[in-house]
Design a protein around this ligand. Structure first.
Ligand SMILES: NC(=O)c1ccc[n+]([C@@H]2O[C@H](COP(=O)([O-])OP(=O)(O)OC[C@H]3O[C@@H](n4cnc5c(N)ncnc54)[C@H](OP(=O)(O)O)[C@@H]3O)[C@@H](O)[C@H]2O)c1
Length: 320
């Protein structure tokens, strides 16, 4: 395949979505510990437009040229000599670390490592499969690994109809928790259909004024700060956030030593072991990916703009 070309959404500068261009570039060559996947679908995550806009410049450094995109689904096209867990032709899904890799998933092919890939659940199509890995790995890490949620726990999920939130509601319900979700008026019905037991409309209600306390609060939005929300946490409650602020990263672990109600940051990363658990949860219908809109790769600018603007439920997906 050397010399062969693929279409990819390339960014060569930080800026608005018009810095994204569809270009013909070389299909990545693989090393002995790598796998080449023909991408069938890839999802859009806020991380994509945060990198593109320069919001994460301190971590991403010089951008040019980069293919954005973390999660993907597709068909194994080529494997390195050291690869054992997948075969050519397997239908797969997974995620790469979109912050670190130069060649992400918004392209016709992606090169991945064994930790970044697992067999696609058999009961779903490529579009839905591409909508799952990053958000499900994040929700799984937050609720199962960090919070160790159990049957009967009271959980509050802020942003419960977004990518992370919609999977978090389903995981929490599958564990037997009592789930409250916060979302906007238009999405109340969607939140109930996901399985939320109680829904709070952030446009008309303030959760901090409710006479209820939670074992776990998962903030996927970043606007429900620990300092405010500890008043609605039970005495040994846990606050988990996806918002990676510098103070939370630097001081959170130290402050937790002195406080009973802990605050933790979830940072997802590719993980094939957890992906295999997520595959089983999908096949057992405990979680599903919710695709709000599918775009052609050529319409990647429009997909970034909608993701940044919000006002949809679940995930946006690019179809190759
Ligand atoms: N640390 C990590 O490893 C990690 C991993 C994944 C994601 N993240 C971050 O987590 C955040 C969420 O990611 P995502 O993929 O779930 O994004 P998303 O799909 O865009 O969802 C965000 C949700 O926030 C809701 N929202 C907006 N304003 C709100 C408000 N004032 N109160 C309550 N909810 C509000 C929106 O719901 P409405 O439409 O109803 O307003 C939307 O559903 C992003 O900032 C992302 O970068 C971090």
């Amino acid at each position: 395949m050397s010399g062969a070309k693929m279409k990819a959404a390339i960014t060569t500068a930080y800026g608005l979505s018009d810095v994204l261009n569809i270009e013909e570039v070389a299909i990545p060559t693989i090393a002995s510990d790598e796998i080449l996947v023909e991408v069938k679908a890839a999802s859009i995550n806020p991380l994509d437009w945060k990198i593109r806009s320069g919001e994460l410049k301190m971590m991403t450094g010089k951008i040019a040229p980069k293919i954005l995109g973390s999660d993907y689904s597709g068909i194994v096209s080529k494997i390195g000599t050291d690869i054992n867990n997948v075969k050519i032709g397997n239908q797969v899904f997974g995620m790469v670390n979109g912050m670190k890799v130069k060649e992400g998933s918004h392209a016709e092919f992606i090169r991945v490592k064994e930790n970044d890939i697992w067999l696609k659940p058999e009961n779903i199509e490529f579009e839905e499969a591409a909508a799952i890995p990053l958000v499900a790995l994040t929700a799984h890490k937050a609720l199962i690994e960090i919070a160790q949620l159990s049957k009967g726990s009271y959980v509050l999920i802020n942003g419960c109809t977004g990518g992370v939130g919609s999977v978090a509601v389903q995981i929490a319900k599958s564990l037997g928790s009592e789930v409250s979700g916060i979302c906007s008026t238009n999405n109340l019905e969607f939140a109930k259909n996901l399985g939320a037991d109680h829904v709070i409309d952030y446009k008309t209600e303030n959760v901090l004024e409710k006479p209820i306390s939670y074992d776990v609060i998962l903030d996927t939005v970043g606007n429900l700060k620990y300092s405010q929300s500890k008043k609605i946490l039970k005495p040994a409650g846990l606050y988990v956030t996806t918002a990676a602020t510098i103070p939370a990263m630097l001081f959170g672990p130290l402050l937790n030593v002195f406080r009973q109600k802990k605050a933790k940051l979830v940072m997802n990363s590719p993980n094939s072991k957890t992906l295999s658990e997520i595959k089983s949860m999908v096949e057992n219908n405990q979680i599903r990916g919710h695709v709000s809109k599918v775009f052609k790769l050529e319409d990647v600018r429009e997909a970034h703009d909608l993701s940044e603007r919000g006002g949809f439920t679940g995930k946006l997906v690019l179809k190759m």
